[in-house]
Design a binder for this molecule. Structure first.
Ligand SMILES: NC(=O)c1ccc[n+]([C@@H]2O[C@H](COP(=O)([O-])OP(=O)(O)OC[C@H]3O[C@@H](n4cnc5c(N)ncnc54)[C@H](O)[C@@H]3O)[C@@H](O)[C@H]2O)c1
Length: 325
């Protein structure tokens, strides 16, 4: 594939910083955008950014970074100059905090995505990918979740904003012809994972001998997906979206793990016995996620290979490095 200049939003975040590094390694010039949303500490995002800048120097491919809010159309349009494609990963993420701040999620995720789509079109970008989420499937009992399943009963403001972004993307493609891809990520983990997410949180607490709180009876399950597999899917979607116009893809692992089994794996990797407190299921949390990957495998040659234990071990190695998490 020819190399492009690609703008990545959420570039200082967990998934964004990995995607930036992978694009640079492929020789793409990258423009990163992030506003350091205070959802978690700025210092963690600064570190992600530093690592991506070091990667740019290593491979000798330019990486420019702009600290800006993508709801600011003038600032975004400026950053978009000469850009051929956008990978929009920036968002307010997280189910539980969205219940306390639905307005903040609507602004960042709906106004933000609308602004990104509009400015990407106005400035002549050829394609846009947008991060969606497995949460759009809601609490449905039918598994695995396939892209053609209904997704009209979200159970959190976060999920509702992600599904709304997909609908906005569809309308945008219909009206402009600009290729738009929607990527439904299933619980992503690995080095740089957000500190609010279960694996990162449990590792820190188990290692420190502190209790961890498990919501529900331990049988709720997630299709945990390793970051390198997600990045492979994002790059493949970027290369292929032109062929589809508008397309939704699941990017998961097709290997759901129960909460109790996840904790046992983390405890084994960390080498300490967990102290477990049980609490009722939290509002907004779904019972299960499980990705049907038939479409992504066939159309993107997506092939998530990382076993949970190996991925958890890599995350633990990263968390154990001096100065990390
Ligand atoms: N991590 C997961 O398990 C997961 C699962 C499903 C979907 N997603 C989606 O993937 C994307 C990346 O998630 P992540 O885990 O890397 O989260 P993250 O919070 O680490 O990264 C998101 C980044 O977006 C930035 N941002 C937020 N609002 C912004 C704004 N208005 N302007 C500019 N930047 C802004 C934040 O500062 C942050 O650095 C998000 O869209 C998220 O909803 C993530």
């Amino acid at each position: 594939m020819n190399t492009h200049r690609i703008l990545v939003t959420g570039a200082a975040g967990f998934i964004g910083s990995h995607v930036v590094e992978a694009l640079l390694a492929q020789g793409h010039e990258v423009v990163g955008v992030d506003n350091f949303d205070p959802f978690y500490e700025r210092s963690i995002k600064e570190r992600n950014l530093r690592d991506a800048r070091a990667a740019s120097q290593r491979v000798g491919v330019p990486y420019r970074f702009h600290e800006l809010d993508f709801c600011d159309s003038a600032a975004l349009a400026d950053a978009l100059r000469g850009v051929e494609g956008v990978i929009h990963l920036g968002a307010k993420a997280g189910v539980r905090p969205s219940i306390a701040d639905p307005g903040g999620y609507v602004r960042a995720n709906l106004v933000g995505t609308t602004t990104v789509l509009q400015e990407a079109h106005r400035t002549g970008c050829r394609r846009v990918l947008v991060a969606s989420s497995s949460s759009v499937y809601g609490d449905q009992p039918k598994v695995p979740f396939s892209e053609d399943d209904r997704a009209d009963a979200p159970i959190s403001p976060y999920a509702a904003t992600k599904r709304s972004c997909e609908l906005l993307g569809h309308a945008h493609h219909h009206l402009t012809g600009q290729p738009v891809g929607m990527l439904r990520f299933f619980t992503v983990y690995g080095p740089r994972q957000r500190p609010d997410l279960a694996i990162s949180l449990f590792m820190r607490r188990i290692a420190a001998g502190q209790p961890i709180r498990l919501f529900g009876d331990g049988r709720s399950s997630r299709d945990y997906t390793y970051i390198a597999d997600i990045v492979q899917g994002v790059l493949a979607a970027y290369e292929n979206i032109d062929r589809f116009g508008f397309r939704v893809w699941n990017l998961g692992s097709d290997r759901p793990t129960a909460l109790d089994d996840l904790v046992a794996t983390i405890a084994e990797v960390v080498g300490r016995r967990p102290i477990i407190e049980r609490a009722p299921m939290q509002p907004g949390d779904v019972e299960r996620t499980w990705a049907d990957l038939t479409r992504a495998r066939a159309e993107l040659n997506y092939n998530p290979a990382t076993q949970l234990r190996d991925g958890v071990a890599s995350q633990w190695v990263w968390m154990s490095e001096p100065g990390e998490a």
